[in-house]
Design a protein around this ligand. Structure first.
Ligand code: AMP
Length: 315
């Protein structure tokens, strides 16, 4: 079974480098950092690194290690929370000896020598906690810092235990994680407190979303709007879920204009929308996906597709 093989590989290698997806969210960083802490605490002689671009808004979770290419020689590489290889942050992942994928997204790109993909898991952080449970007999030990990071990842990907992906197992693991010592209010503050201009932009979204008879909603955040609020496109991440509380909403899309592309952020409360994301070179979960388009005409096409799946769903 792949969990056993993953535990065996972790025990075999002296150097382990952990990657995750570009534009990381709390689950990407929580699973990556939680796994690093788990391995370091259990096997202090191993060299364990986390790599990828820094995300300043989440630097309270973990900071990345800066490592030379030669460290990849004879290293085990683990990619957390990343469905497809091109989305792995830091493309040196292929320089290692062995590559393991641990993820909870649909397995659209089965990369790696060893894969553990569980689409029923609420988050990859939940899977790392499960890895710890399976590895206990092999010497795996969890410390407070690992518990903090894994809890952050679970909280982030379940929307504070709100989304249907939250299972009995999720609550069980979360209850075990809170028995460790870490500052939970500080963690929630780090993830959910918003700069005042982000809250103001939330106000803009709440004033400007469309709502079609099918329950499809969309909002566009152009560069001009972002400039007006003094925000960068990446800072809109906290706002994507805002429309979920609107009565009658079925699925929604937020378009965010970046330097050369328009980012498409899709969410649903009913129909699967990851096929639409895949049609526009993206992907993700059935209820939360993303893609990129290059023109405003394409955003109209996305809106039409989304309206269609909402109409089929509510029929
Ligand atoms: P986001 O809107 O960035 O929070 O993304 C929601 C989900 O969709 C996450 O699980 C991402 O991993 C996934 N996702 C976002 N953009 C892409 C993309 N371009 N390709 C594949 N998956 C994506």
């Amino acid at each position: 079974m792949s969990i056993r093989q993953i535990i065996h590989s972790i025990k075999m290698y002296d150097t382990i480098i952990i990657h995750r997806h570009v534009r990381p969210d709390p689950d990407a960083l929580g699973s990556q950092g939680g796994l690093k802490e788990l391995i370091k605490y259990s096997f202090p002689n191993k060299n364990v690194y986390v790599v990828g671009e820094e995300e300043p808004s989440l630097s309270f979770l973990i900071r990345m290690d800066q490592i030379d290419d030669q460290i990849y020689e004879n290293a085990l590489i683990i990619a957390c929370d990343t469905a497809n290889a091109p989305r792995i942050s830091d493309e040196r992942y292929h320089l290692g000896t062995k590559l393991i994928k641990i993820d909870h997204h649909p397995n659209v790109d089965p990369f790696g020598d060893l894969l553990w993909v569980d689409t029923d898991a609420s988050s990859t952080s939940e899977m790392i906690y499960e890895l710890y449970l399976h590895g206990k007999e092999a010497g795996f030990k969890l410390n407070n810092e690992s518990a903090r990071l894994l809890y952050a990842g679970i909280v982030g990907d379940t929307g504070r235990f709100l989304f249907p992906s939250t299972t009995q197992k999720t609550f069980q693991y979360a209850s075990e994680l809170v028995s460790f010592e870490f500052d939970r209010p500080a963690l929630y503050d780090g993830i959910y407190s918003m700069k005042d201009n982000i809250v103001r932009l939330k106000g803009y979204i709440m004033q400007h979303f469309t709502l079609s008879p099918s329950g499809m909603s969309s909002v566009t955040l152009t560069k001009e709007i972002l400039d007006e609020y003094g925000l960068k496109p990446a800072e809109t991440g906290q706002l994507v879920g805002s429309l979920g509380d609107v009565e009658g909403i079925c699925a929604w899309v937020i378009f965010v204009e970046e330097e050369n592309v328009i980012r498409v952020r899709l969410r649903s409360k009913g129909p699967a929308i990851n096929k639409i994301a895949a049609k526009y070179n993206g992907g993700g979960h059935p209820m939360a996906s993303g893609a990129s388009v290059e023109t405003w005409e394409e955003t109209e096409a996305v809106i039409k597709d989304l309206d269609e799946v909402c109409r089929m769903f509510t029929k």
